[in-house]
Design a protein around this ligand. Structure first.
Ligand SMILES: [Zn+2]
Length: 153
């Protein structure tokens, strides 16, 4: 964990209830996003306060690749997304985190591709929706056939 108490991600990992956490590994935490109302929009956060993968250990970097694959498969299972967008910017919060966003058939064309950056942040998912989607994601993780996921509880 980080010594940087001002970092929002560090603070959240250390102090806030983890009810939106879907899974965690030695190096990363995966939670459902509280930005936007896109169901299945997950965020992979490094446990350590690092800017990006150049500061990751070899184990963290290798773990990240496997975890990203697992998270993308999970999102596809949940949403049937045709595309899954991934990006990390590190501008607002310089703590390595990756947005993993399902692009389903129902997303209007103007939000597709780079248009996803203009998707409105409000309204966010309601708490009941958040609880329900997190429950579904955890269920999918538990019931996934062996080999499709390597989950660390
Ligand atoms: Zn941090």
């Amino acid at each position: 964990m980080s010594e940087d108490a001002r970092c929002l991600i560090c603070k959240r990992q250390e102090h806030e209830p983890q009810k939106d956490v879907i899974l965690s590994t030695d190096g990363f935490v995966v939670r459902h996003s509280r930005e936007t109302n896109i169901l299945g929009y997950l965020v992979i956060e490094a446990r350590r306060h690092i800017l990006d993968l150049t500061e990751a250990t070899e184990d963290e970097a290798a773990g990240y690749g496997a975890l990203l694959k697992q998270v993308m498969a999970l999102i596809r299972k949940l949403t049937g997304a045709e595309r899954i967008y991934t990006f990390s910017l590190g501008e607002a919060v310089p703590h390595f985190h990756v947005h993993v966003i399902p692009r389903t058939d129902s997303l209007p064309r103007y939000f597709r591709g780079r248009g996803i950056m203009s998707y409105p942040l409000e309204p966010a998912l309601k708490e009941e929706q958040m609880a329900e989607v997190c429950k579904s994601l955890r269920y999918l993780l538990k019931t996934s056939p062996p080999g499709s996921t390597q989950v660390k509880p």
